[in-house]
Write a protein that binds this ligand. Structure first.
Ligand code: HEC
Ligand code: HEC
Ligand code: HEC
Ligand code: HEC
Ligand code: HEC
Ligand code: HEC
Ligand code: HEC
Length: 409
């Protein structure tokens, strides 16, 4: 990367898609270079807001709205005006933060680095239990219970449908005033979603990834290009929210590798680019040769999934998931008094039934049915529990009362 893309403060610096990372050749770089300064959400976002070729397409929790976010979409960048580097601390250009998709890391960023392992400060009777949950639940499981709140994201992308120049896209407006197409002849068929409930899975800090040239089984359902590692039995793993990017991509049926098409024409003379000739065969021959990988000459369309962690778009605390969203057993008359002695001074029922504040989602016209009517928001059985942990016990088997939790660190 060049220096200006991160250190520009004028907003005039730009790259063009065809120039493979070089700055737009018509730019006058001198006035831009004279005004270099700190990186910003806008300069980091010039790449990260556009993963997948447009606003918030791939990373649901990173889009152009984070340049000036509504505080309800992201408390840190919205109401506290954090820059990316406030969390992604940087020393000699090693930018901390692990990615879900790329096996490179220059340090780790964790919520606990600022908030400590016991972030709930003790001014509410719920804090003791909330803090104990962070051994088993990632913070964002409760603090970002829906993703793509402020900008729609692509959740389905079927490349096999590309190439039909006659097909008219259906337009969908997800309440942003900008209708989005469900089809493009260059890219195929899409689905867009907004304010989506995440998928939850165990994650111990490591991802399994399919890298360039890796052979994968093609007869076992969707190929998981990235997937979180960990399980209910792994004390380091926590239940973590993900966006799963689903789609259809081409694989080599002989070598079992993901095929790389040559898409963008190199120049006016280009004879193989898919986006010029709409010929997959020529595009795969060229793309795989450029990548230095073998290609059998055949292709096969296969469903693929990629897991992306949701780390941004933390909502204000009052919008966090509440006890009854996960604990069916606290829904009725008996709540905290299942375990605690009833006290005349504390209204247990009121505490346990405190609802999640959904007024913001209603205000932006998004459905709140999943958040309001639900008492198994995470599908605890699918995650390996026998049922509500209050009734059946947690994974550290600390119930019945009084037994100590073994340390996980
Ligand atoms: C990926 C983005 C990125 C790129 C590319 C980048 N920088 Fe930085 N740079 C940062 C960040 C983040 C910091 C931390 C301070 C800040 O920006 O607020 C930083 C800090 C600096 C500092 C301040 C001294 C320091 O170490 O804190 C200088 C000087 C600097 N960069 C020069 C450069 C030069 C010269 C290049 C090109 C060779 C470059 N940067 C490329 C992101 C980048
Ligand atoms: C010129 C484009 C570009 C700019 C500008 C840029 N990045 Fe990146 N960044 C990338 C790409 C490409 C990757 C690798 C793919 C991925 O993880 O999404 C990446 C990866 C990352 C990762 C994941 C860690 C890793 O090693 O894979 C973090 C965190 C990150 N960038 C933060 C920043 C921050 C903070 C800034 C601004 C100081 C910034 N980036 C500016 C392109 C950019
Ligand atoms: C409130 C803190 C915070 C702020 C502000 C923040 N991030 Fe992050 N970001 C995180 C955390 C935490 C992770 C997870 C990193 C890890 O596991 O090491 C992360 C992960 C990432 C990743 C990797 C995502 C993935 O799963 O592949 C990228 C890229 C990234 N951030 C870019 C940015 C950019 C660009 C900005 C500014 C627009 C930004 N972040 C602002 C906390 C923050
Ligand atoms: C089981 C759900 C849950 C988990 C897990 C969780 N929180 Fe919370 N958090 C809440 C709720 C609910 C509130 C608001 C009510 C309260 O504090 O009584 C809150 C409040 C907060 C507050 C506001 C201060 C305060 O004391 O009220 C901060 C900061 C916070 N959480 C950070 C975190 C961090 C960081 C993590 C991960 C280490 C985390 N939370 C994990 C549910 C959760
Ligand atoms: C660079 C430090 C830093 C990191 C990293 C960070 N936070 Fe915060 N966060 C703050 C500060 C400062 C505040 C404002 C003071 C407070 O409420 O504790 C805040 C506020 C909050 C609040 C309360 C907002 C409200 O309604 O008052 C929540 C919830 C929260 N953070 C959750 C998280 C989660 C979840 C992560 C990880 C994805 C995270 N934070 C990462 C510094 C950080
Ligand atoms: C996002 C879902 C979720 C929310 C919200 C949630 N819990 Fe839990 N809770 C769990 C899970 C999962 C476990 C099992 C933890 C384990 O395996 O150790 C659990 C365990 C418990 C336990 C068993 C004993 C213990 O501490 O490990 C109690 C008590 C409890 N929760 C109370 C609460 C209360 C009170 C609230 C509201 C302040 C709450 N929970 C909010 C998911 C949730
Ligand atoms: C499944 C049993 C169970 C339920 C239900 C439960 N708790 Fe607890 N709670 C415990 C246990 C056990 C402790 C003792 C300390 C420990 O092991 O964490 C505790 C500790 C506490 C503490 C800290 C007491 C101290 O002296 O430090 C508070 C406050 C608390 N609970 C409030 C609540 C509230 C409010 C609810 C309902 C919303 C609730 N609990 C529901 C089992 C439960």
């Amino acid at each position: 990367m060049d220096c200006l893309v991160c250190h520009d403060t004028t907003g005039h610096y730009k790259k063009t898609p065809t120039s493979a990372g070089w700055p737009d050749k018509d730019l006058d770089l001198k006035p831009i270079a004279e005004k270099v300064g700190h990186s910003s959400r806008v300069s980091c976002g010039s790449c990260h807001f556009n993963g997948g070729g447009g606003d918030a397409i791939k990373h649901a929790d990173m889009g152009g709205n984070l340049a000036r976010p509504d505080p309800n979409c992201d408390v840190h960048m919205g109401s506290l005006d954090f820059s990316c580097r406030t969390c992604h601390t940087t020393r000699q250009h090693r930018i901390a933060g692990r990615s879900s998709s790329v096996a490179a890391a220059e340090g780790v960023v964790r919520c606990e680095q600022c908030h400590s392992e016991a972030p709930h400060l003790g001014n509410s009777l719920l804090d003791h239990h909330l803090n104990r949950h962070s051994r088993t639940l990632a913070c964002n499981t409760c603090h970002s219970p829906v993703y793509a709140k402020c900008a729609p994201t692509k959740t389905w992308w079927d490349w096999s449908k590309a190439g039909d120049k006659q097909r008219k896209p259906a337009m969908m407006d997800l309440g942003t005033g900008t209708p989005l197409p469900d089809y493009h002849p260059m890219k195929g068929e899409f689905r867009w979603q907004r304010a989506v409930k995440p998928s939850y899975d165990w994650f111990n800090g490591n991802m399994a990834r399919v890298l360039l040239g890796d052979a994968v089984p093609l007869d076992q359902g969707p190929v998981l290009l990235t997937r979180p590692l960990g399980s209910i039995r792994d004390p380091a793993a926590r239940i973590t929210p993900f966006k799963i990017m689903k789609g259809v991509q081409a694989f080599d049926p002989l070598y079992h590798t993901l095929l790389i098409p040559h898409l963008f024409p190199r120049n006016a003379e280009d004879t193989t680019a898919y986006w010029k000739h709409y010929d997959w065969q020529m595009a795969f021959i060229d793309g795989m040769a450029s990548a230095g990988l073998p290609y059998s000459g055949q292709w096969h369309w296969q469903e693929t999934w990629m897991y992306w962690r949701l780390e941004h778009e933390v909502m204000p605390a009052k919008m966090a998931l509440s006890c009854i969203q996960c604990h069916d057993s606290l829904r009725g008359e008996k709540t905290c008094d299942r375990c605690h002695q009833d006290s005349r001074h504390v209204d247990f029922k009121k505490l346990a039934h405190q609802p999640t504040d959904v007024s913001f989602l209603q205000q932006i016209g998004q459905s709140t049915v999943a958040l309001q009517g639900n008492n198994d928001y995470l599908d605890l059985k699918q995650l390996g529990y026998r049922g509500d942990p209050i009734v059946y016990g947690g994974r550290f088997k600390e119930l019945p009362l009084g037994q100590k939790i073994p340390s996980t660190r």
